[in-house]
Design a protein around this ligand. Structure first.
Ligand code: ADP
Ligand code: MG
Ligand code: ZN
Length: 597
Protein backbone atom coordinates (compact mmCIF):
# COMPACT_ATOMS: atom_id res chain seq x y z
CA UNK A 1 0.00 0.00 0.00
CA UNK A 2 1.22 3.50 -0.72
CA UNK A 3 1.38 6.03 2.09
CA UNK A 4 -1.50 7.83 0.54
CA UNK A 5 -3.70 4.75 0.48
CA UNK A 6 -2.78 3.92 4.04
CA UNK A 7 -3.92 7.33 5.16
CA UNK A 8 -7.15 7.22 3.20
CA UNK A 9 -8.04 3.92 4.79
CA UNK A 10 -6.93 5.02 8.25
CA UNK A 11 -8.97 8.19 8.06
CA UNK A 12 -12.02 6.27 7.00
CA UNK A 13 -11.73 4.06 10.10
CA UNK A 14 -11.14 7.13 12.26
CA UNK A 15 -14.40 8.63 11.03
CA UNK A 16 -16.63 5.61 10.77
CA UNK A 17 -15.54 3.62 13.78
CA UNK A 18 -14.36 6.27 16.22
CA UNK A 19 -16.35 9.23 15.02
CA UNK A 20 -13.43 11.68 14.85
CA UNK A 21 -12.84 13.95 11.90
CA UNK A 22 -9.07 14.35 11.87
CA UNK A 23 -5.94 12.85 13.26
CA UNK A 24 -4.06 14.62 15.96
CA UNK A 25 -0.39 15.48 15.64
CA UNK A 26 1.76 12.39 15.05
CA UNK A 27 -1.11 9.91 14.94
CA UNK A 28 -1.13 9.60 11.17
CA UNK A 29 2.66 9.39 10.95
CA UNK A 30 2.75 6.61 13.54
CA UNK A 31 0.01 4.67 11.79
CA UNK A 32 1.85 5.00 8.49
CA UNK A 33 5.08 3.78 10.05
CA UNK A 34 3.42 0.71 11.53
CA UNK A 35 1.60 -0.08 8.30
CA UNK A 36 4.90 0.08 6.42
CA UNK A 37 6.44 -2.54 8.68
CA UNK A 38 8.43 -0.34 11.02
CA UNK A 39 8.75 -0.57 14.76
CA UNK A 40 7.76 2.52 16.70
CA UNK A 41 8.52 4.24 19.97
CA UNK A 42 5.94 6.91 20.78
CA UNK A 43 6.51 9.43 23.56
CA UNK A 44 3.38 11.46 23.88
CA UNK A 45 1.80 13.18 26.84
CA UNK A 46 -1.23 11.87 28.63
CA UNK A 47 -4.37 12.44 26.64
CA UNK A 48 -2.56 12.84 23.33
CA UNK A 49 -4.35 9.85 21.85
CA UNK A 50 -1.84 7.01 21.93
CA UNK A 51 -4.45 4.26 21.85
CA UNK A 52 -5.66 5.03 18.33
CA UNK A 53 -2.07 4.77 17.09
CA UNK A 54 -2.23 0.99 17.44
CA UNK A 55 -6.00 0.43 17.37
CA UNK A 56 -6.39 1.75 13.84
CA UNK A 57 -3.48 -0.28 12.40
CA UNK A 58 -4.92 -3.29 14.23
CA UNK A 59 -8.08 -2.88 12.18
CA UNK A 60 -6.16 -2.35 8.95
CA UNK A 61 -3.89 -5.40 9.24
CA UNK A 62 -4.66 -9.05 8.85
CA UNK A 63 -4.15 -10.96 12.06
CA UNK A 64 -4.29 -10.31 15.74
CA UNK A 65 -2.90 -7.34 17.64
CA UNK A 66 -1.61 -8.09 21.13
CA UNK A 67 -1.73 -5.23 23.58
CA UNK A 68 0.37 -5.39 26.72
CA UNK A 69 -1.11 -3.34 29.49
CA UNK A 70 -0.10 -3.30 33.14
CA UNK A 71 -3.47 -3.06 34.86
CA UNK A 72 -6.66 -5.04 34.67
CA UNK A 73 -8.85 -1.98 35.08
CA UNK A 74 -7.07 -0.29 32.21
CA UNK A 75 -7.58 -3.27 29.92
CA UNK A 76 -11.23 -3.69 30.78
CA UNK A 77 -12.04 -0.04 30.13
CA UNK A 78 -10.27 -0.08 26.79
CA UNK A 79 -12.05 -3.25 25.73
CA UNK A 80 -15.41 -1.84 26.80
CA UNK A 81 -14.77 1.30 24.76
CA UNK A 82 -13.68 -0.68 21.70
CA UNK A 83 -16.71 -2.94 21.84
CA UNK A 84 -19.05 0.03 22.01
CA UNK A 85 -17.37 1.26 18.85
CA UNK A 86 -18.06 -2.11 17.26
CA UNK A 87 -14.52 -3.47 17.39
CA UNK A 88 -13.93 -7.09 18.30
CA UNK A 89 -11.64 -6.95 21.33
CA UNK A 90 -11.06 -8.93 24.52
CA UNK A 91 -8.89 -8.88 27.63
CA UNK A 92 -7.09 -11.88 29.03
CA UNK A 93 -6.15 -11.63 32.70
CA UNK A 94 -6.66 -13.28 36.06
CA UNK A 95 -10.23 -12.03 36.27
CA UNK A 96 -11.41 -14.30 33.44
CA UNK A 97 -13.34 -17.55 34.01
CA UNK A 98 -12.29 -20.74 32.18
CA UNK A 99 -15.36 -20.41 29.99
CA UNK A 100 -14.49 -16.88 29.01
CA UNK A 101 -10.93 -17.93 28.25
CA UNK A 102 -12.19 -20.74 26.03
CA UNK A 103 -14.39 -18.30 24.16
CA UNK A 104 -11.48 -15.91 23.62
CA UNK A 105 -9.33 -18.78 22.37
CA UNK A 106 -12.00 -19.72 19.85
CA UNK A 107 -12.25 -16.16 18.59
CA UNK A 108 -8.48 -16.07 18.23
CA UNK A 109 -8.43 -19.30 16.28
CA UNK A 110 -11.23 -18.28 13.96
CA UNK A 111 -9.56 -14.94 13.32
CA UNK A 112 -12.58 -12.91 14.41
CA UNK A 113 -10.74 -11.20 17.27
CA UNK A 114 -8.80 -8.08 16.24
CA UNK A 115 -7.30 -6.92 19.55
CA UNK A 116 -6.33 -8.93 22.59
CA UNK A 117 -5.29 -7.09 25.76
CA UNK A 118 -3.12 -9.25 27.91
CA UNK A 119 -1.26 -8.83 31.19
CA UNK A 120 2.54 -9.00 30.75
CA UNK A 121 3.08 -12.04 32.97
CA UNK A 122 0.49 -13.99 31.00
CA UNK A 123 1.84 -12.84 27.66
CA UNK A 124 5.23 -14.40 28.31
CA UNK A 125 3.99 -17.63 29.85
CA UNK A 126 5.01 -20.71 27.89
CA UNK A 127 1.41 -21.81 27.61
CA UNK A 128 0.28 -18.60 26.01
CA UNK A 129 3.28 -18.38 23.69
CA UNK A 130 2.74 -21.87 22.35
CA UNK A 131 -0.94 -21.19 21.85
CA UNK A 132 0.03 -18.18 19.74
CA UNK A 133 2.06 -20.46 17.48
CA UNK A 134 -0.97 -21.11 15.29
CA UNK A 135 -2.47 -17.62 15.37
CA UNK A 136 -1.58 -15.06 12.72
CA UNK A 137 -0.11 -12.08 14.58
CA UNK A 138 0.24 -8.60 13.17
CA UNK A 139 1.18 -6.19 15.88
CA UNK A 140 2.45 -6.02 19.45
CA UNK A 141 1.50 -2.84 21.29
CA UNK A 142 3.26 -2.20 24.59
CA UNK A 143 1.34 0.42 26.52
CA UNK A 144 2.83 2.24 29.52
CA UNK A 145 6.24 1.13 28.29
CA UNK A 146 8.02 3.00 31.09
CA UNK A 147 7.06 0.04 33.31
CA UNK A 148 10.14 -1.66 31.88
CA UNK A 149 12.39 0.83 33.63
CA UNK A 150 13.49 0.87 37.20
CA UNK A 151 13.74 4.64 37.12
CA UNK A 152 10.04 5.27 37.31
CA UNK A 153 7.87 4.23 40.22
CA UNK A 154 5.78 1.94 38.03
CA UNK A 155 8.50 -0.67 37.50
CA UNK A 156 7.08 -4.05 36.48
CA UNK A 157 9.74 -6.76 36.16
CA UNK A 158 7.51 -8.80 33.80
CA UNK A 159 7.98 -6.12 31.17
CA UNK A 160 11.61 -7.21 30.92
CA UNK A 161 10.49 -10.63 29.70
CA UNK A 162 8.54 -9.29 26.76
CA UNK A 163 11.43 -9.81 24.32
CA UNK A 164 10.41 -13.48 24.32
CA UNK A 165 7.46 -12.51 22.15
CA UNK A 166 9.46 -11.05 19.28
CA UNK A 167 12.18 -13.64 19.64
CA UNK A 168 9.55 -16.28 19.09
CA UNK A 169 7.63 -14.36 16.42
CA UNK A 170 10.24 -12.28 14.64
CA UNK A 171 7.85 -10.96 11.99
CA UNK A 172 5.65 -9.17 14.55
CA UNK A 173 5.91 -5.38 14.48
CA UNK A 174 5.91 -3.56 17.76
CA UNK A 175 5.01 -0.18 19.13
CA UNK A 176 5.94 0.97 22.63
CA UNK A 177 4.14 3.96 24.13
CA UNK A 178 4.63 6.09 27.19
CA UNK A 179 3.91 9.54 28.54
CA UNK A 180 7.09 9.63 30.58
CA UNK A 181 9.42 12.33 29.37
CA UNK A 182 12.39 11.46 31.51
CA UNK A 183 15.60 10.89 29.53
CA UNK A 184 16.84 7.97 31.60
CA UNK A 185 13.56 6.14 31.30
CA UNK A 186 13.54 6.77 27.59
CA UNK A 187 16.97 5.22 27.13
CA UNK A 188 15.97 2.30 29.29
CA UNK A 189 12.92 1.62 27.14
CA UNK A 190 14.99 1.60 23.94
CA UNK A 191 17.52 -0.74 25.53
CA UNK A 192 15.14 -3.16 27.19
CA UNK A 193 12.56 -3.34 24.44
CA UNK A 194 15.27 -3.46 21.76
CA UNK A 195 13.98 -0.47 19.87
CA UNK A 196 17.31 0.88 18.59
CA UNK A 197 16.09 0.81 15.03
CA UNK A 198 12.56 1.89 15.73
CA UNK A 199 11.12 5.10 14.43
CA UNK A 200 10.83 7.51 17.29
CA UNK A 201 7.95 9.94 17.68
CA UNK A 202 8.20 12.58 20.36
CA UNK A 203 5.27 14.93 20.66
CA UNK A 204 5.16 18.20 22.36
CA UNK A 205 4.46 17.75 26.03
CA UNK A 206 2.37 20.85 26.06
CA UNK A 207 -0.99 20.57 27.84
CA UNK A 208 -2.61 23.85 26.87
CA UNK A 209 -5.92 23.10 28.58
CA UNK A 210 -4.33 22.80 32.02
CA UNK A 211 -4.31 25.87 34.16
CA UNK A 212 -1.50 25.87 36.74
CA UNK A 213 -1.96 27.40 40.16
CA UNK A 214 0.54 27.36 43.01
CA UNK A 215 -0.33 28.75 46.40
CA UNK A 216 1.45 29.23 49.65
CA UNK A 217 0.41 26.71 52.27
CA UNK A 218 -1.56 28.18 55.13
CA UNK A 219 -3.99 25.70 56.71
CA UNK A 220 -3.77 23.32 53.79
CA UNK A 221 -6.94 21.36 54.50
CA UNK A 222 -9.10 24.44 54.54
CA UNK A 223 -7.43 25.70 51.39
CA UNK A 224 -8.11 22.39 49.69
CA UNK A 225 -11.73 22.39 50.77
CA UNK A 226 -12.22 25.89 49.51
CA UNK A 227 -10.59 25.00 46.22
CA UNK A 228 -12.81 21.94 45.77
CA UNK A 229 -15.93 23.88 46.64
CA UNK A 230 -15.16 26.50 44.03
CA UNK A 231 -14.89 23.76 41.41
CA UNK A 232 -18.59 23.14 41.84
CA UNK A 233 -20.66 20.00 42.06
CA UNK A 234 -20.26 16.82 40.06
CA UNK A 235 -16.60 17.14 39.33
CA UNK A 236 -13.93 14.49 39.32
CA UNK A 237 -10.55 15.20 40.79
CA UNK A 238 -7.46 13.68 42.29
CA UNK A 239 -5.73 14.92 45.44
CA UNK A 240 -2.14 13.75 45.82
CA UNK A 241 -0.58 13.47 49.28
CA UNK A 242 2.92 12.40 50.28
CA UNK A 243 2.03 9.62 52.73
CA UNK A 244 -0.57 6.97 53.42
CA UNK A 245 -1.39 8.51 56.74
CA UNK A 246 -2.01 11.83 55.12
CA UNK A 247 -4.22 10.21 52.47
CA UNK A 248 -6.44 8.71 55.17
CA UNK A 249 -6.59 11.97 57.05
CA UNK A 250 -7.51 14.10 54.03
CA UNK A 251 -10.04 11.61 52.67
CA UNK A 252 -11.77 11.53 56.04
CA UNK A 253 -11.74 15.30 56.29
CA UNK A 254 -13.36 15.68 52.87
CA UNK A 255 -15.95 13.01 53.63
CA UNK A 256 -16.85 14.87 56.81
CA UNK A 257 -17.58 17.82 54.58
CA UNK A 258 -19.93 15.68 52.52
CA UNK A 259 -17.60 15.36 49.59
CA UNK A 260 -17.61 12.09 47.70
CA UNK A 261 -13.95 11.25 48.36
CA UNK A 262 -12.12 7.92 48.55
CA UNK A 263 -8.62 7.02 49.77
CA UNK A 264 -6.11 5.12 47.66
CA UNK A 265 -2.64 3.95 48.66
CA UNK A 266 -0.50 0.85 48.54
CA UNK A 267 -1.27 0.01 52.17
CA UNK A 268 -4.93 -0.70 51.46
CA UNK A 269 -6.03 -4.24 50.78
CA UNK A 270 -6.03 -5.18 47.13
CA UNK A 271 -9.81 -5.58 46.98
CA UNK A 272 -10.47 -2.19 48.51
CA UNK A 273 -7.97 -0.62 46.20
CA UNK A 274 -9.51 -2.04 43.09
CA UNK A 275 -12.99 -1.25 44.35
CA UNK A 276 -11.98 2.39 44.81
CA UNK A 277 -10.28 2.48 41.45
CA UNK A 278 -13.40 1.06 39.84
CA UNK A 279 -15.66 3.56 41.54
CA UNK A 280 -13.41 6.38 40.47
CA UNK A 281 -13.48 5.28 36.87
CA UNK A 282 -17.27 4.84 36.84
CA UNK A 283 -18.74 7.65 38.86
CA UNK A 284 -18.79 11.16 37.54
CA UNK A 285 -18.53 13.18 40.74
CA UNK A 286 -15.81 11.60 42.76
CA UNK A 287 -12.51 12.67 44.26
CA UNK A 288 -9.65 10.27 44.79
CA UNK A 289 -7.25 11.13 47.59
CA UNK A 290 -4.10 9.19 46.86
CA UNK A 291 -0.38 8.66 47.09
CA UNK A 292 1.60 8.42 43.88
CA UNK A 293 0.67 4.72 43.88
CA UNK A 294 -2.47 5.90 42.13
CA UNK A 295 -1.33 6.66 38.66
CA UNK A 296 -1.43 4.23 35.88
CA UNK A 297 -4.80 3.05 34.91
CA UNK A 298 -6.36 6.44 35.15
CA UNK A 299 -7.75 6.59 31.69
CA UNK A 300 -10.60 8.74 32.87
CA UNK A 301 -10.81 11.64 30.46
CA UNK A 302 -12.93 13.97 32.61
CA UNK A 303 -10.66 14.51 35.62
CA UNK A 304 -11.21 18.24 36.08
CA UNK A 305 -8.46 18.92 38.59
CA UNK A 306 -5.38 17.44 40.16
CA UNK A 307 -4.49 18.94 43.51
CA UNK A 308 -1.14 18.46 45.22
CA UNK A 309 -1.49 19.14 48.89
CA UNK A 310 2.17 18.27 49.43
CA UNK A 311 5.16 19.14 47.31
CA UNK A 312 5.99 16.58 44.60
CA UNK A 313 9.57 15.30 44.62
CA UNK A 314 10.43 16.48 41.15
CA UNK A 315 9.07 18.31 38.15
CA UNK A 316 8.84 14.97 36.32
CA UNK A 317 6.56 13.62 39.03
CA UNK A 318 4.57 16.79 39.17
CA UNK A 319 4.06 16.95 35.44
CA UNK A 320 3.01 13.37 35.12
CA UNK A 321 0.61 13.58 38.03
CA UNK A 322 -0.95 16.91 37.09
CA UNK A 323 -1.17 15.64 33.52
CA UNK A 324 -3.89 13.26 34.58
CA UNK A 325 -6.27 16.18 34.49
CA UNK A 326 -8.13 17.05 31.32
CA UNK A 327 -7.37 14.21 28.96
CA UNK A 328 -10.51 15.21 27.09
CA UNK A 329 -8.94 18.55 26.25
CA UNK A 330 -11.47 20.59 28.23
CA UNK A 331 -10.27 23.25 30.70
CA UNK A 332 -8.78 21.69 33.83
CA UNK A 333 -6.74 22.79 36.80
CA UNK A 334 -3.49 21.75 38.38
CA UNK A 335 -3.42 23.12 41.91
CA UNK A 336 -0.40 22.94 44.17
CA UNK A 337 -0.16 24.07 47.73
CA UNK A 338 3.24 24.22 49.39
CA UNK A 339 5.26 25.76 52.18
CA UNK A 340 8.71 25.82 53.68
CA UNK A 341 8.01 22.67 55.67
CA UNK A 342 7.42 20.76 52.47
CA UNK A 343 10.95 21.51 51.37
CA UNK A 344 12.36 20.36 54.70
CA UNK A 345 10.22 17.24 54.86
CA UNK A 346 11.03 16.18 51.32
CA UNK A 347 14.74 16.71 51.96
CA UNK A 348 14.48 14.56 55.05
CA UNK A 349 12.76 11.81 53.12
CA UNK A 350 15.41 11.86 50.43
CA UNK A 351 18.27 11.86 52.92
CA UNK A 352 16.85 9.01 54.96
CA UNK A 353 15.90 6.91 51.94
CA UNK A 354 17.68 3.80 50.90
CA UNK A 355 19.63 5.09 47.90
CA UNK A 356 23.30 5.80 47.31
CA UNK A 357 24.75 9.27 47.73
CA UNK A 358 25.03 10.02 44.07
CA UNK A 359 21.35 9.30 43.63
CA UNK A 360 20.54 11.38 46.71
CA UNK A 361 22.27 14.36 45.19
CA UNK A 362 20.32 13.94 41.99
CA UNK A 363 17.08 13.82 43.96
CA UNK A 364 18.02 16.90 45.97
CA UNK A 365 18.74 18.72 42.74
CA UNK A 366 15.34 17.74 41.39
CA UNK A 367 13.72 19.02 44.55
CA UNK A 368 15.46 22.36 44.04
CA UNK A 369 14.04 22.55 40.52
CA UNK A 370 10.59 21.83 41.88
CA UNK A 371 10.90 24.62 44.45
CA UNK A 372 12.17 26.98 41.79
CA UNK A 373 9.06 26.21 39.76
CA UNK A 374 6.85 27.10 42.72
CA UNK A 375 8.62 30.36 43.43
CA UNK A 376 9.13 31.68 39.95
CA UNK A 377 7.25 34.69 38.69
CA UNK A 378 6.68 34.12 34.99
CA UNK A 379 4.38 31.79 33.09
CA UNK A 380 4.21 28.35 34.75
CA UNK A 381 3.51 26.46 31.60
CA UNK A 382 6.41 28.07 29.80
CA UNK A 383 8.67 27.13 32.68
CA UNK A 384 7.53 23.50 32.68
CA UNK A 385 7.95 23.08 28.96
CA UNK A 386 11.36 24.70 29.03
CA UNK A 387 12.31 22.14 31.65
CA UNK A 388 11.51 19.44 29.09
CA UNK A 389 13.39 21.31 26.37
CA UNK A 390 10.48 23.00 24.60
CA UNK A 391 9.79 26.67 23.95
CA UNK A 392 6.25 28.09 23.90
CA UNK A 393 4.38 31.31 24.36
CA UNK A 394 3.07 32.37 27.75
CA UNK A 395 -0.26 30.65 28.41
CA UNK A 396 -2.25 33.65 29.66
CA UNK A 397 -4.22 31.51 32.07
CA UNK A 398 -1.86 30.25 34.80
CA UNK A 399 -1.79 32.18 38.08
CA UNK A 400 1.35 34.12 37.16
CA UNK A 401 0.01 35.10 33.75
CA UNK A 402 -3.33 36.22 35.07
CA UNK A 403 -1.92 38.07 38.02
CA UNK A 404 1.79 38.74 37.67
CA UNK A 405 3.38 38.67 41.13
CA UNK A 406 4.37 42.04 42.45
CA UNK A 407 8.08 42.36 43.00
CA UNK A 408 9.58 44.47 45.75
CA UNK A 409 13.06 45.44 46.75
CA UNK A 410 13.89 42.95 49.49
CA UNK A 411 17.58 43.76 49.75
CA UNK A 412 17.48 44.83 53.39
CA UNK A 413 15.48 41.83 54.51
CA UNK A 414 17.65 39.42 52.61
CA UNK A 415 20.76 40.97 54.09
CA UNK A 416 19.32 40.60 57.56
CA UNK A 417 18.52 36.95 56.91
CA UNK A 418 21.98 36.24 55.53
CA UNK A 419 23.73 38.02 58.40
CA UNK A 420 21.70 36.03 60.92
CA UNK A 421 22.63 32.77 59.21
CA UNK A 422 26.26 33.82 59.29
CA UNK A 423 26.22 35.00 62.91
CA UNK A 424 24.86 31.72 64.26
CA UNK A 425 27.65 29.84 62.53
CA UNK A 426 25.44 28.43 59.77
CA UNK A 427 24.16 25.69 62.00
CA UNK A 428 20.55 26.60 62.79
CA UNK A 429 17.42 25.70 60.91
CA UNK A 430 14.94 28.13 59.40
CA UNK A 431 12.54 28.14 62.35
CA UNK A 432 15.31 29.05 64.79
CA UNK A 433 16.75 31.72 62.56
CA UNK A 434 13.36 33.32 62.08
CA UNK A 435 12.85 33.30 65.86
CA UNK A 436 16.19 35.03 66.29
CA UNK A 437 15.38 37.64 63.65
CA UNK A 438 12.03 38.32 65.25
CA UNK A 439 13.50 38.44 68.77
CA UNK A 440 11.47 35.46 69.92
CA UNK A 441 14.32 33.08 70.64
CA UNK A 442 15.52 32.19 74.12
CA UNK A 443 19.06 31.92 72.84
CA UNK A 444 21.44 34.17 70.96
CA UNK A 445 20.08 37.27 72.66
CA UNK A 446 23.53 38.79 72.62
CA UNK A 447 23.86 38.67 68.83
CA UNK A 448 23.69 41.90 66.87
CA UNK A 449 21.06 40.35 64.60
CA UNK A 450 18.73 39.49 67.47
CA UNK A 451 15.33 41.07 66.90
CA UNK A 452 16.34 43.03 63.79
CA UNK A 453 13.50 41.45 61.80
CA UNK A 454 10.62 42.08 64.18
CA UNK A 455 8.81 44.05 61.48
CA UNK A 456 7.87 40.88 59.57
CA UNK A 457 5.59 38.00 60.51
CA UNK A 458 6.76 34.40 60.60
CA UNK A 459 4.90 33.89 57.38
CA UNK A 460 6.68 36.80 55.75
CA UNK A 461 10.07 35.45 56.76
CA UNK A 462 9.26 31.95 55.65
CA UNK A 463 8.36 33.30 52.25
CA UNK A 464 11.72 35.09 52.07
CA UNK A 465 13.60 31.96 53.09
CA UNK A 466 11.78 29.93 50.43
CA UNK A 467 12.52 32.43 47.74
CA UNK A 468 16.17 32.71 48.74
CA UNK A 469 16.36 28.93 48.60
CA UNK A 470 14.70 28.88 45.18
CA UNK A 471 17.12 31.55 43.88
CA UNK A 472 20.14 29.71 45.21
CA UNK A 473 20.98 32.38 47.79
CA UNK A 474 20.69 30.06 50.76
CA UNK A 475 21.05 26.32 50.88
CA UNK A 476 19.77 23.76 53.32
CA UNK A 477 22.32 21.33 54.65
CA UNK A 478 22.62 18.16 56.74
CA UNK A 479 19.88 16.18 58.35
CA UNK A 480 19.37 19.10 60.73
CA UNK A 481 18.14 21.25 57.85
CA UNK A 482 20.54 24.03 58.74
CA UNK A 483 20.50 27.13 56.58
CA UNK A 484 23.82 28.01 55.00
CA UNK A 485 25.12 30.67 52.66
CA UNK A 486 25.97 30.02 49.04
CA UNK A 487 28.63 31.86 47.01
CA UNK A 488 25.83 34.00 45.68
CA UNK A 489 24.88 34.98 49.24
CA UNK A 490 28.43 35.95 50.02
CA UNK A 491 28.59 38.17 46.98
CA UNK A 492 25.24 39.76 47.85
CA UNK A 493 26.51 40.59 51.32
CA UNK A 494 29.85 41.86 50.08
CA UNK A 495 28.68 43.93 47.14
CA UNK A 496 25.34 44.97 48.62
CA UNK A 497 23.70 43.64 45.45
CA UNK A 498 19.98 44.46 45.35
CA UNK A 499 17.62 41.49 45.55
CA UNK A 500 14.02 41.62 44.49
CA UNK A 501 11.45 39.12 45.72
CA UNK A 502 7.76 38.64 45.20
CA UNK A 503 4.96 39.55 47.56
CA UNK A 504 2.75 36.81 48.91
CA UNK A 505 -0.22 36.69 46.64
CA UNK A 506 -3.70 37.05 47.98
CA UNK A 507 -5.20 33.80 46.93
CA UNK A 508 -8.58 33.36 45.32
CA UNK A 509 -9.58 29.87 44.23
CA UNK A 510 -10.44 29.72 40.57
CA UNK A 511 -12.84 27.39 38.86
CA UNK A 512 -12.00 25.54 35.69
CA UNK A 513 -15.54 26.25 34.63
CA UNK A 514 -15.12 28.86 31.96
CA UNK A 515 -18.27 30.84 32.21
CA UNK A 516 -22.02 30.40 32.21
CA UNK A 517 -22.22 30.25 28.49
CA UNK A 518 -24.92 27.58 28.47
CA UNK A 519 -28.52 28.64 28.01
CA UNK A 520 -31.07 27.09 30.30
CA UNK A 521 -32.16 24.74 27.58
CA UNK A 522 -28.58 23.66 26.92
CA UNK A 523 -27.97 23.12 30.61
CA UNK A 524 -31.12 20.96 30.81
CA UNK A 525 -29.96 18.96 27.85
CA UNK A 526 -26.54 18.51 29.40
CA UNK A 527 -28.06 17.18 32.62
CA UNK A 528 -30.48 14.91 30.78
CA UNK A 529 -27.71 13.41 28.66
CA UNK A 530 -25.55 12.86 31.71
CA UNK A 531 -28.33 11.08 33.52
CA UNK A 532 -29.03 8.88 30.54
CA UNK A 533 -25.34 8.09 30.20
CA UNK A 534 -24.93 7.23 33.87
CA UNK A 535 -27.99 4.99 33.82
CA UNK A 536 -26.78 3.15 30.75
CA UNK A 537 -23.28 2.78 32.18
CA UNK A 538 -24.63 1.32 35.41
CA UNK A 539 -26.74 -1.24 33.58
CA UNK A 540 -23.87 -2.25 31.35
CA UNK A 541 -21.34 -2.12 34.22
CA UNK A 542 -18.94 0.07 32.29
CA UNK A 543 -17.55 3.57 32.97
CA UNK A 544 -19.79 6.39 31.82
CA UNK A 545 -17.03 8.00 29.75
CA UNK A 546 -16.62 5.04 27.42
CA UNK A 547 -20.18 5.58 26.16
CA UNK A 548 -19.19 9.07 25.19
CA UNK A 549 -17.00 11.53 27.00
CA UNK A 550 -17.78 15.06 28.16
CA UNK A 551 -16.40 16.53 25.00
CA UNK A 552 -18.84 14.57 22.88
CA UNK A 553 -21.57 15.44 25.33
CA UNK A 554 -20.87 19.16 25.00
CA UNK A 555 -20.76 18.77 21.25
CA UNK A 556 -24.28 17.31 21.29
CA UNK A 557 -25.46 20.11 23.58
CA UNK A 558 -24.09 22.74 21.22
CA UNK A 559 -25.51 21.12 18.10
CA UNK A 560 -28.94 20.07 19.39
CA UNK A 561 -29.16 17.40 16.69
CA UNK A 562 -32.58 16.51 15.33
CA UNK A 563 -31.74 13.89 12.73
CA UNK A 564 -29.43 10.89 12.33
CA UNK A 565 -27.60 12.94 9.74
CA UNK A 566 -26.84 15.58 12.36
CA UNK A 567 -25.45 12.93 14.67
CA UNK A 568 -22.75 11.89 12.26
CA UNK A 569 -21.29 15.36 12.66
CA UNK A 570 -20.85 14.90 16.40
CA UNK A 571 -17.26 14.35 17.47
CA UNK A 572 -16.78 10.94 19.06
CA UNK A 573 -19.85 9.18 17.67
CA UNK A 574 -18.93 6.50 15.15
CA UNK A 575 -21.38 4.44 13.13
CA UNK A 576 -21.95 1.80 15.77
CA UNK A 577 -22.62 4.31 18.51
CA UNK A 578 -25.00 6.24 16.29
CA UNK A 579 -26.86 3.03 15.58
CA UNK A 580 -26.96 1.99 19.22
CA UNK A 581 -27.52 5.30 20.97
CA UNK A 582 -28.77 7.63 18.24
CA UNK A 583 -32.44 7.01 18.86
CA UNK A 584 -32.09 7.68 22.60
CA UNK A 585 -29.98 10.79 22.10
CA UNK A 586 -32.39 12.26 19.57
CA UNK A 587 -35.35 11.49 21.83
CA UNK A 588 -33.68 13.35 24.70
CA UNK A 589 -32.89 16.33 22.47
CA UNK A 590 -36.46 16.39 21.18
CA UNK A 591 -37.93 16.23 24.65
CA UNK A 592 -35.80 19.09 25.92
CA UNK A 593 -36.45 21.34 22.93
CA UNK A 594 -40.20 20.68 23.10
CA UNK A 595 -40.25 21.50 26.77
CA UNK A 596 -38.56 24.79 26.12
CA UNK A 597 -40.80 25.64 23.17
P1 ADP B 1 -3.28 8.57 25.87
O1 ADP B 1 -3.26 7.06 25.93
O2 ADP B 1 -2.26 9.14 24.96
O3 ADP B 1 -3.22 9.21 27.23
P2 ADP B 1 -5.93 8.18 24.83
O4 ADP B 1 -5.58 7.25 23.73
O5 ADP B 1 -6.56 7.58 26.04
O6 ADP B 1 -4.67 9.03 25.26
O7 ADP B 1 -6.85 9.33 24.21
C1 ADP B 1 -7.28 10.41 24.97
C2 ADP B 1 -8.61 10.94 24.46
O8 ADP B 1 -8.45 11.57 23.20
C3 ADP B 1 -9.64 9.85 24.26
O9 ADP B 1 -10.87 10.29 24.80
C4 ADP B 1 -9.70 9.69 22.75
O10 ADP B 1 -10.94 9.21 22.32
C5 ADP B 1 -9.42 11.09 22.26
N1 ADP B 1 -8.83 11.14 20.92
C6 ADP B 1 -7.79 10.41 20.45
N2 ADP B 1 -7.51 10.72 19.18
C7 ADP B 1 -8.41 11.66 18.79
C8 ADP B 1 -8.65 12.39 17.57
N3 ADP B 1 -7.90 12.20 16.48
N4 ADP B 1 -9.65 13.29 17.55
C9 ADP B 1 -10.41 13.49 18.65
N5 ADP B 1 -10.24 12.83 19.82
C10 ADP B 1 -9.25 11.93 19.91
MG1 MG C 1 -3.07 5.46 27.23
ZN1 ZN D 1 1.04 31.20 32.05
Amino acid sequence: MTHENILIQARQILREVFGFQDFRAQQSAIITALCTRKNVLALMPTGAGKSLCYQIPALMMNGLTLVISPLIALMDDQVAALRLAGVSAAALHSGRTPDEIRHIAEQMRSGSLKLLYVAPERAVSERFLSFLQDIPLSLLAIDEAHCVSQWGHDFRPEYRQLHQIWQRFPHIRRIAMTATADQQTREDIIQRLELHNAEMFISSFDRPNIDYQVIEKNHAKEQLLQFIEVQGKNQCGIVYCHSRKRVEEIAKFLQEHRINALPYHAGLETEIRSEHQKRFSREDNIIMVATVAFGMGIDKPDVRFVAHIDLPRSIEHFYQESGRAGRDGLPSISWLCYGLNDIMLTRERILSSNIDNERKNIELGKLNDMVAFCEQSSCRRQYLLRYFGEETEACHHCDNCRQPPEQYDATIHVQKLLSAIWRVGQNQNATDIIDILRGKSLHHRDLSVFGIGADLSVRGWRSIVRQCFAQGIVQVRSQWQTLQLTDLAVSILKNKTPVSLRHIRRYKAKSHYTGNFLTERQENLRQALREWRLEYAKDADIPAFVIFNDRTLMNIVEMMPTTFGDLSGVEGLGEKKINDFGEDILAICRKISNKAG
